[in-house]
Design a protein around this ligand. Structure first.
Ligand code: LMR
Length: 392
């Protein structure tokens, strides 16, 4: 039977990690997969995480199973940051469970939506390529619209048209902040309109919040999510701590459900637990426990927020530096200054992306997406010069 399987290409984004590692050039630049890098080009473990891990090592007295919902202390400790301090459960209508990374949370959200009868999910493209892969794998139809115009602005007309075409009972997938791959986020005024439109069209929102704190700030980056949740009766939220706690390989995420009332909420969660049990039984514990320890300790929380601040400031500095340069060959770098998070898409052809890789040792995704955090004071001039050379 097994020889019936057809060869699959390696995931294009993850394959870049190995291609870059195998490149012997000392001045190579990795702008591929979305990990934060310091000005020295490293991705260190957060100091707050190291301290929490030490506490965990000392205090953990069992590794017995927790259950499909994972560490509920972790799940609850995040909620004031996501949903606001005043009423993080929205009057008992929001509850969550731990998931293996943001990917596990998105997958569970889509699986829950499908189980509830959703057949079509609307999503702006380009999006994180794994969104479409997850929808395809779960057999949910992807209905796409254009996320951004060529001028680098949100294409609100395309979104309005998509919502007008959508039918009640369809879902819509929205990036909470730091849009992956474009970095082009909705403004607060646009979120206000989206909240009204989605509520009016009776769509189920699925919000993917994977980069909270890397855009404008923890509170600012939650604006759209909170606005939307205030307008609709129900929603699914996929959350990742892999970026804002630097936990990438530890796979730290959560899925939250907002339901019309506590009875429906319990029923949805029971389905979440059953789906998780059949898929991964329970999430990996270590990373979630470390995040919980941070959030239970005011000093460690302050340390984490400070580290997150440093990350966001550095990303903004790189973006400002690129924008100040103006043009690199045919590429206008100015819009990068106002975009958010790690990513932006440069309008480069496949051949230009290939030339950047082969001639200059610069690795970026085939979509033209760059990870701005891969740029440092030490390599940004080379990047601009090489970009100019291939796009002139
Ligand atoms: C990315 O888009 O680079 C990250 O979200 C990593 C991933 O899992 O694709």
């Amino acid at each position: 039977m097994l020889s019936n399987l057809e060869q699959q290409p390696a995931d294009a984004l993850l394959a870049l990690i190995k291609l870059h590692n195998d490149d012997p050039r000392v001045d190579k630049i990795d702008l591929g997969v979305g990990v934060y890098r310091t000005g020295q080009g490293d991705t260190p473990v957060f100091g707050a995480i190291k301290a929490a891990e030490r506490k965990l090592l000392e205090s953990q007295n069992s590794k017995a199973y927790l259950g499909p919902e994972g560490d509920m202390g972790f799940v609850h400790a995040l909620m004031p940051y996501i949903f606001g301090k005043d009423d993080p459960t929205m009057g008992g209508r929001i509850e969550g469970m731990q998931a293996p990374g943001g990917t596990g949370a998105v997958r569970l959200a889509v699986a829950l939506a499908k189980r509830a009868g959703v057949e079509r999910i609307w999503m702006g493209l380009p999006s994180w390529p794994n969104h479409a892969q997850i929808l395809g794998d779960l057999g949910v139809e992807l209905k796409s619209f254009v996320h951004a115009t060529k001028a680098g602005l949100v294409d609100m007309d395309a979104l309005r048209t998509a919502i007008a075409l959508a039918e009640p009972g369809d879902a819509i997938m929205l990036h909470g902040c730091c849009h992956n791959p474009t970095g082009i986020d909705y403004s607060p005024a646009q979120w206000d309109e989206i909240a009204e439109l989605v509520a009016g069209a009776k769509l189920l929102p699925i919000l993917d919040l994977a980069y909270q704190g890397l855009g404008q700030g923890m509170e600012e980056d939650a604006y759209g999510l909170r606005k939307l949740l205030a307008a609709v009766p129900e929603a699914l939220i996929a959350y990742s701590c892999d970026k804002n706690f630097g936990m990438y390989r530890d796979r730290v995420g959560a899925i939250y459900v907002m339901a019309p009332d506590a009875e429906v909420l319990n029923r949805v969660l029971s389905n979440g637990h059953a789906l998780a049990r059949a898929a991964w039984s329970m999430p990996p514990d270590h990373g979630g426990a470390a995040v919980r320890i941070i959030l239970e300790d005011p000093e460690l929380t302050a340390m984490w927020l400070d580290e997150l601040d440093t990350m966001r400031t550095r990303i903004r500095q790189v973006r400002t530096r690129l924008a100040e340069h103006g043009r690199a060959g045919s590429i206008d770098l100015v819009p990068l200054g106002t975009q958010n998070g790690l990513f932006s898409v440069l309008p480069l052809s496949t051949e230009q992306i290939q030339r950047l890789r082969s001639e200059h040792g610069i690795y970026l995704a085939g979509s033209g997406r760059i990870n701005a955090a891969g740029l440092t004071l030490g390599n940004i001039d080379k990047f601009i010069a090489d970009l100019t050379a291939v796009s002139a």
